[in-house]
Design a protein around this ligand. Structure first.
Ligand SMILES: CC(C)(COP(=O)(O)OP(=O)(O)OC[C@H]1O[C@@H](n2cnc3c(N)ncnc32)[C@H](O)[C@@H]1OP(=O)(O)O)[C@@H](O)C(=O)NCCC(=O)NCCS
Length: 185
């Protein structure tokens, strides 16, 4: 599908741009991102270039949808949010996010996640039946955000050795939001 811009209070979720490369590279030097996410670690400028090049094709092939989180349409990115493992036939996808360290603690991830989950489950939006989430056990901030976005934590599962989550050696929390339980922004 074509890129779909979204908004949240005080935020725009718009397209990644090639000129975001330095901001993405800088943000992803934060060990917390390497610790808790599947973002490569250590993170190089080449990783950012590759990420910025693949986002558009992923939208076009409906495999993943990713947004830059900005305070203004032309401003620098302060975070990333996306839906991966998109399966339009099954009506499922998994949400994931990181926020640059300087922009944390201001509700950015919560607002962006509510916007993406609502759009994903809205029949007038993407119309999925379920949005999944997982996080390494102990990532309490991510769990708070997920629950505020209507995700019900269902339990724990072992980490998939084929898809390790950052530097975490713990189990994963997993959960999902369903169309009938979507929050209002
Ligand atoms: C997790 C992360 C996305 C949070 O971004 P953020 O914009 O600061 O999040 P928000 O401000 O929207 O909300 C964070 C919530 O978690 C809470 N929180 C933060 N640290 C917490 C902790 N250690 N224990 C419990 N709650 C915590 C905050 O108090 C806030 O809740 P509140 O609004 O009720 O006060 C950000 O820290 C990050 O990018 N971390 C590294 C990458 C990551 O972990 N991504 C998620 C992978 S599943």
């Amino acid at each position: 599908m074509e890129f779909q811009p979204l908004s949240a209070p005080g935020l725009v979720l718009n397209q990644w741009r090639a000129e975001d490369v330095e901001d993405v590279t800088a943000a992803c030097q934060d060990p917390e991102i390497g610790r808790w996410t599947r973002v490569p670690w250590p993170y190089t400028r080449e990783h950012a270039v590759a990420f910025l090049e693949i986002v558009g094709p992923h939208w076009a092939e409906d495999s993943a949808y990713n947004w830059a989180i900005r305070r203004t349409p032309a401003g620098p990115p302060i975070g990333s949010i996306g839906l991966k493992d998109v399966n339009l036939e099954e009506g499922t996808a998994e949400v994931g996010y990181w926020i640059a360290a300087a922009a944390r603690g201001q509700g950015v991830a919560t607002a962006a996640t509510i916007a993406v989950v609502n759009w994903a489950l809205d029949p007038a939006g993407l119309g999925l039946r379920r949005v999944d989430w997982c996080a390494a056990v102990g990532n309490d901030a991510s769990r708070v955000i997920a629950e505020k976005a209507g995700i019900k934590v269902l339990g724990t599962k072992p980490i998939d050795p084929a898809a390790p989550c950052g530097q975490c050696n713990t189990e994963m929390w997993y959960g999902s939001a369903t169309a009938s339980a979507a929050p209002t922004a």
